[in-house]
Design a protein around this ligand. Structure first.
Ligand SMILES: NC(=O)C1=CN([C@@H]2O[C@H](COP(=O)(O)OP(=O)(O)OC[C@H]3O[C@@H](n4cnc5c(N)ncnc54)[C@H](O)[C@@H]3O)[C@@H](O)[C@H]2O)C=CC1
Ligand SMILES: O=C(O)C1=N[C@H](C(=O)O)C[C@H](O)C1
Length: 238
């Protein structure tokens, strides 16, 4: 597979290493310095692009890939408020987009169990639920994309929650998400249910970026030939 890497930072470099080990070809690597070079690539040269950049860069890059007919796998977080525009443009251009707030298999199982647990726990109002995420100090978006997917999964089963709040004082009508930035932490997510008597948690700790990269490569192998917007539930059939 001929892969164009849009974004060549921590994730882009990890994906390059794992993709080459699987026999894929990297046809280009783009950074913020030479972002304009995306215009030089065509669908004849590139089977799929993998985009891990920054919240501000993701949507313009996605729209350019749609215009060029290049299927694009996106891991960048912090742009989902623009999903309606992206959805409209994807349909207009008959584009191909695969997005996941987190590509690791473990976190996608976590999403699945999170919903199962929320559905059960909602019946026990003595347990207060909250989400916590811890990431490295370089992270630009807050809360993490993964924490927002977790929050959506909880709120689907908690009609009494009006929405989420980040790093705010406790309000039982809202789902609290605590965000911490600490050193080089790769990514930790916790869902905590606490009563007066006890606490129980779902806890996921990423030990490296290889799980994210491996999932993004699987998505890149799966996407070409499909039209529309897809995510990990489509790939993993969860
Ligand atoms: N969905 C997932 O599984 C994961 C998502 N992420 C997300 O991926 C994004 C990138 O993460 P990292 O690689 O750790 O960041 P990083 O800061 O190490 O690398 C970002 C790269 O994007 C480049 N870039 C910025 N603007 C660009 C543009 N307009 N065109 C081309 N390249 C551009 C930078 O030059 C740099 O090479 C973040 O939003 C992060 O939250 C990170 C890990 C896993
Ligand atoms: O910025 C990161 O590093 C990560 N971002 C994603 C997110 O926002 O959830 C996924 C992972 O937690 C690492």
């Amino acid at each position: 597979m001929r892969i164009l890497l849009i974004g060549y930072g921590k994730m882009g470099k990890t994906i390059e290493r794992l993709a080459k080990a699987k026999g894929h070809e990297i046809v280009g690597t783009l950074t913020i310095e030479d972002a304009d070079r995306l215009q030089e690539f065509t669908a004849e040269q590139v089977d799929v692009a993998i985009e891990f950049t920054s919240p501000a860069a993701a949507v313009p890059n996605i729209l350019t890939c749609f215009e060029k007919g290049i299927p694009v796998v996106v891991g960048t977080t912090g742009w989902l408020e623009q999903l309606p525009l992206v959805t409209e443009q994807c349909a207009a251009a008959q584009g191909s987009l695969f997005f996941a707030s987190n590509f690791s298999i473990g976190v996608n199982l976590f999403f699945h169990f999170n919903e199962y647990v929320a559905k059960k726990m909602q019946r026990y109002p003595e347990y207060a639920v909250q989400v916590k995420e811890i990431h490295h100090i370089h992270k630009l978006d807050k809360p993490s994309g993964t924490a927002l997917t977790i929050a959506d999964g909880i709120m689907a089963h908690y009609p009494q929650k009006q929405g989420w709040v980040n790093n705010a004082t406790h309000n039982p009508e809202m789902l609290g998400i605590e965000s911490e930035r600490e050193g080089e932490v790769v990514g930790t997510h916790i869902v905590q249910y606490t009563s007066e008597n006890d606490t129980f948690e779902l806890h996921h700790i990423a030990h490296s970026r290889e799980g994210f990269a491996a999932g993004a490569i699987l998505a890149a192998e799966w996407l070409p030939g499909r039209q529309g917007i897809f995510g990990m539930p489509d790939l993993l059939e969860l």
